[in-house]
Design a protein around this ligand. Structure first.
Ligand code: I3S
Length: 122
């Protein structure tokens, strides 16, 4: 399944605003830097857009996370912020996601976890 080039509502399981910090990219550990982003979850990918407007106007995602073989875990030790979880990919990307509302955050977590678990193991 090739990564989507833009937001496609017909394959999107959930979309909305989340706080994100990239931890590792291209094998390099990054300085932690939280930013607000617009996240869309599909069966295969997480797509990160700058904001809702850019997502809905057909812009390319800023970051694409391949869920095949990915790992997800709550990671309270990785931040002083509450409700943080981490997604790590086979390719070695690592992102932290966070949302103030515990219930909303758990909805995202469960949805992404279930998407990962439906995909083949690698
Ligand atoms: O894990 P850390 O180092 O406590 O993360 C905090 C810092 O990265 C900080 O930036 P600088 O120290 O590079 O200026 C960020 O602004 C904070 O948001 C990071 O901590 P939290 O606990 O918010 O994830």
């Amino acid at each position: 399944q090739p990564p989507p080039t833009c937001l496609d509502d017909s394959v999107t399981l959930k979309q909305g605003v989340m706080n994100r910090s990239k931890l590792i990219e291209g094998g390099k550990r990054l300085r932690k830097n939280w930013s607000n982003c617009y996240l869309a979850v599909t069966h295969y990918y997480l797509l990160f857009f700058k904001d809702m407007k850019s997502a809905q106007s057909g812009s390319k995602p800023e970051i694409i996370i391949d869920l095949t073989g990915a790992m997800i875990s709550w990671s309270p030790e990785k931040s002083s912020r509450k409700n943080c979880f981490q997604v790590s990919t086979v390719a070695g990307q690592q992102v932290l996601l966070q949302e103030e509302c515990a219930l909303t955050c758990k909805e995202w977590f469960d949805l992404i976890k279930n998407a990962i678990h439906r995909l083949p193991m690698v």
